[in-house]
Design a protein around this ligand. Structure first.
Ligand code: BGC
Length: 462
């Protein structure tokens, strides 16, 4: 027979797992919506008879919405709370997916993609924030990596579903089916507790206590945590004011912006948003292209585990160096094979393999590490602002890459476009050496002290 205490803590564990699962579902939604468009676009192009330029707009307007959504979320999550922000984004996920499926014109589809983007932007800002605020200290890292992993799983599932619907070419089903997990997500977030940190921020200490009691299972830990949150909140967020008057903070915000631009200029979203098109241009038929895309998605998931296993052992910089080298080589060879015309089956297969090598290089390095670094380098007083700015930059970068890829292909050619991205990756070795700090095993307070003392960015983890 279980004692009341054992029951309470088992309940608490179940409750906490449920909360984590739901918040991770936000990552899944994020990934599904990133992944779904790659397989749908060729059928959209066929049905609406539109140019490559219009396809670029349909693909990239989601990222415009996401940039706006991420900026909006910073405000929403303070004024209405984390939970209501997540409910709002879940509702937008459902609305956006259904509108995409029903789109009566290319313009309507672009508008629907904007709505979907707003949903992603809000969820992508709020879910990690919520996770970090609700997780107990010892499980925080694991929860954030789970979220990253869920994004890649979402992309993979979307690629698979695209492959299945690809046989009939039904892009409306590809885009519409996502309303289903969206609805599930909406139901789930309705049942979430509000973030205790936000409740304390609003002066609702009793409510915060009640939530933590349920999550942790005992009153003493709940009270201790509320006290800790109060202590932390004595350092008020100064974001914009701090940015204006403190040069050192401007440096860390600048580094966050640079890291996210670098992440996007690796070219990863050329592959995530356009893989079937790339395989098609290599000479593969539609169904083979979609299958290869599904393999790209699976590779992306699996290689993310490498990062999770290695970051805290090997450190950030060696992993980044390795990643950029692998990515530069992968894309360089893809470009070379494209240049040679890919006349033989062997060359075509090698090109697919090299694209996969590129994806592995990203997924074990810049993919997860840029997000990790961006959350580690900001001083406490400006953390929300700093992370907010870098998140918005991520979407602006995604927009730039996804809105120009087909134009680059059409103007400069395939080989030249891939070489351009290969050259970026090679240049990022220099960037990493000159500006990126090693933050492995260093406390955030230590990083903050070095930054504020004016040490060079690359030394703030020393
Ligand atoms: C990037 C996204 C990308 C994804 C692919 C993330 O780290 O920020 O832009 O689509 O990785 O897995």
């Amino acid at each position: 027979m279980s004692t009341p205490i054992a029951t309470a803590s088992a309940d608490a564990r179940r409750h906490a797992a449920f909360v984590a699962l739901l918040a991770a579902l936000a990552g899944l939604m994020f990934g599904l919506d990133v992944g779904v468009i790659s397989g749908a676009q060729q059928f959209i192009q066929r049905d609406f008879a539109v140019s490559d330029r219009t396809i670029e707009l349909i693909v990239s307007f989601m990222t415009v919405g996401a940039a706006i959504g991420a900026a909006l979320a910073a405000w929403l999550s303070v004024h209405f709370g984390r939970k209501r922000s997540l409910i709002f984004s879940a509702a937008l996920f459902v609305l956006g997916s259904l509108t995409c499926a029903a789109a009566w014109s290319p313009e309507a589809l672009i508008g629907a993609r904007l709505i979907l983007g707003l949903a992603i932007g809000i969820a992508a800002f709020t879910a990690p924030l919520y996770l970090a605020e609700i997780a107990s200290e010892d499980r925080r890292g694991a929860m954030i990596s789970t979220y990253q992993l869920m994004i890649t799983i979402g992309i993979f599932v979307a690629f698979l579903s695209d492959t299945a619907f690809g046989y009939t070419g039904s892009w409306r089903w590809m885009l519409g089916i996502i309303a289903l997990p969206g609805a599930l997500f909406l139901l789930g977030v309705l049942g979430l507790p509000e973030s205790p940190r936000w409740l304390v921020l609003r002066g609702r200490h009793d409510d915060a206590n009640a939530v933590l009691h349920k999550l942790r299972g005992d009153d003493a830990s709940a009270r201790r945590e509320v006290a800790e949150i109060e202590e932390q909140l004595r350092t008020p967020q100064q974001g914009w004011q701090l940015f204006l008057r403190n040069r050192n903070f401007r440096r860390s915000v600048g580094l966050g912006i640079a890291l996210q631009i670098v992440q996007q200029l690796t070219g990863i979203n050329v592959v995530m948003y356009y893989a079937p098109r790339i395989f098609g241009d290599m000479g593969y038929a539609t169904s083979a292209s979609l299958w290869f895309t599904a393999i790209v998605g699976l590779t992306n998931v699996l290689a993310t585990f490498i990062a999770i296993g290695l970051v805290d052992r090997i450190g950030r910089k060696p992993i980044l160096y390795a990643g950029f080298v692998v990515m530069a080589i992968g894309l360089g060879i893809v470009g070379l094979l494209m240049h040679m015309g890919m006349a033989t089956q062997g060359e075509r297969l090698l090109a697919v393999a090299m694209l996969l090598v590129f994806v592995v290089g990203f997924a074990f390095s810049a993919g997860p590490l840029v997000w990790t670094l961006c959350s580690e380098i900001q001083p406490l007083k400006g953390r929300d602002f700093g992370i907010g700015v870098s998140t918005v930059t991520n979407w602006i970068g995604t927009y730039i890459v996804s809105a120009t890829f087909l134009t680059l292909l059409n103007h400069f050619g395939h080989a030249q476009t891939f070489w351009l991205y290969a050259a970026f990756n090679a240049a990022f070795l220099l960037f990493t050496w000159a500006l990126v700090p090693e933050t492995k095993g260093v406390s955030l307070e230590h990083i903050e002290r070095n930054l504020m003392d004016g040490r060079p960015l690359r030394d703030i983890g020393a």
